[in-house]
Design a protein around this ligand. Sequence first.
Ligand code: FAD
Length: 485
Amino acid sequence: MKVAIIGSGITGMSAGITLQKAGIDTVIFEKMSTPGGVISVYKKDILINNALEFVFGTAQNTFANDMWQSLGMFTETPENKKQFKTFWWKGHSVSIYKDFDKTVKELISLGQADEKHILRLGKAVKKFQKIELPLITKASSDTLRRLIKIFFNCFPVIPEVLYYGLLSCRKYSKKMKSPELREFFADVLTGSRSVLQYIVLWSFFSAGNFSAPDNNQKEMTETLYENYIRYGGKVIFNKELISVTVKDKRICTLNFQNDTVSDFDHVIFTNDIFAVNTVFNNSGKRLKTLENTIKNEHITSSVMLYFSIDKEKASKIIDNLLIPCAPIKVGSRLLNNFSVRIQEDTQTDKKALSVTLYQNEKDFAVWKELNDDSTKQYKDEKQRIARCITKTIEERYPELKGCLQFSDMTTPLTYFRYTGVNCGGWMPEGWNPLIYLRYARGKMPGIKNAQLAGQKVFPIGGTTLGAFSAVKASQRLIKLCNKTD
Ligand SMILES: Cc1cc2nc3c(=O)[nH]c(=O)nc-3n(C[C@H](O)[C@H](O)[C@H](O)COP(=O)(O)OP(=O)(O)OC[C@H]3O[C@@H](n4cnc5c(N)ncnc54)[C@H](O)[C@@H]3O)c2cc1C
């Protein structure tokens, strides 16, 4: 059996390693000149280092970590951060700590009268700590032992799932008596998202299985690429798939710019669903549904601003900077909060403050239009956003006045220019379990020899689910290959 893989991002390389290890011949076709997909930005001569912040599945002896180890990643647990995120608004703040009891205390201090609700929320986070995301796929259990483990892990959370159900943060906020807590759930968190989504996210972090390893983009790209080559894989760069020819419900030819390839039995698509639909000439009805879901819900790239910081003057403040929250119009939406991170440039010993604002597919279109119409408009918009953010930070931290030097800003367009990709969902965002289950099997309707894997096909996105779906797609092919033998 020979398998053609489209795309050399995390997903494509994970599929390649799994198949090569099983003795199946593969070749990856990549439209860019380097591997890594959206996380390959670390290599470029610009300061973008954010397509991967937290990786799920880094703690040893967990389901997701076993998967990473089979690909040669995270054989040691990276150091865990003590604090995941801090929300700051109108003089209040709440941090999400690894020790979630501390978060519960902070929430209760905002509203003693709501103690009962917050304690329940804290308990739910603890219960979910044992659960790992891949468990929700139909085909995720490799052995009976795993099934039993899944059952016992999931059992305690059933009451929580029934209690919170699909309750949105905005609706949940109405249960609160304290105006601060009401504001926190309705406005500071994304009000339309479900409370369960946040519970799951915070449980991953507090369980220590959601880490932020240093240099993760570089390490992941290089390790996976080296492993793939070591197992005999081959990547052909600068090869963009334009269309496919289908005969008797099978893809018989992959059509590239200047040539065609037909010596393969199966194809694994890891490029995004919009591109997949394009090569199939928008024929897959069910994939259209997926496209629409993703358009509205899925987080794509970020707008990121970089400030260089006067280290002396900024002293300790920047190390403990909280996340300011202010309404700011970016792309097509009014965003309520942005996240701030300190980045250290080890070569120049400079510190930089990176500010991230999440964007979706619609925002990408807005930025594209701005740049198409006039570069000046595009640049002016960057300056406007930079001014808004500087003002918000300086209002919150008057001591930082004059310390922040706006250096540059990347937009979803920048990602696209440098990596050929502009999207990549940050794992638990936009989680829609129904859509997820529907596409978890990675089938292309009406096509027998295609497998879908990776971001967007798995609406939660993120590297772990990308790799996980790749391993699953590969295992299905390995099974098929063994049957044919
Ligand atoms: C701002 C941002 C923050 C993120 N934060 C996190 C995080 O904290 N944690 C986390 O786990 N994930 C995060 N992600 C998501 C994560 O980076 C992606 O989900 C993951 O890297 C996607 O890998 P992939 O291989 O599925 O897809 P991609 O990286 O998109 O790779 C697809 C590959 O296919 C190639 N390709 C596309 N079309 C064609 C074609 N027609 N022919 C040939 N090749 C083609 C592309 O060039 C690319 O190399 C973030 C993403 C962004 C953008």
